[in-house]
Ligand binder design. Structure first.
Ligand code: CU
Length: 120
């Protein structure tokens, strides 16, 4: 009887250890979250560096008027309503600088409102 109880105790410790090891690696796949602010007439930061194949989420918030967030490369085109945060997942498999544009007219400096994502 004592032997059986000891076996059960050891078995439950082993199972708990296996369970914690199996569930741990999920964290490594979690995307890196990068906060971005949009305001007349710039994005902050202006340049973001990511690694090839890295999963990143841009959390973009407009501080003033409605802006746009457009990227041909990453295939997104978002409207950024003031005060709302938009989550944009990105992942690049090729190195390079990629231009991100405001594509929602926001005033006189609209044409120069851009940022760069550098995939390295
Ligand atoms: Cu604009």
């Amino acid at each position: 009887m004592k032997t059986a109880l000891r076996f059960l105790a050891i078995a439950s410790v082993v199972l708990a250890t296996v369970a914690s090891v199996v569930s741990a690696p999920a964290r490594a796949d979690e995307p890196r979250v990068i906060p971005v602010v949009a305001k007349r007439f710039e994005f902050e930061p202006k340049e973001i560096h990511v690694k090839k194949g890295e999963n990143v989420v841009l959390e973009v918030t407009s501080q003033d008027v409605t802006h746009g967030l457009f990227s041909r490369k990453f295939g997104f085109d978002e409207d950024l309503a003031p005060g709302k945060t938009v989550r944009v997942p990105i992942r690049a498999d090729e190195a390079g600088p990629y231009l991100i544009l405001c594509d929602h007219y926001c005033g006189s400096g609209h044409g120069g409102m851009k940022m760069t994502i550098v995939v390295e």
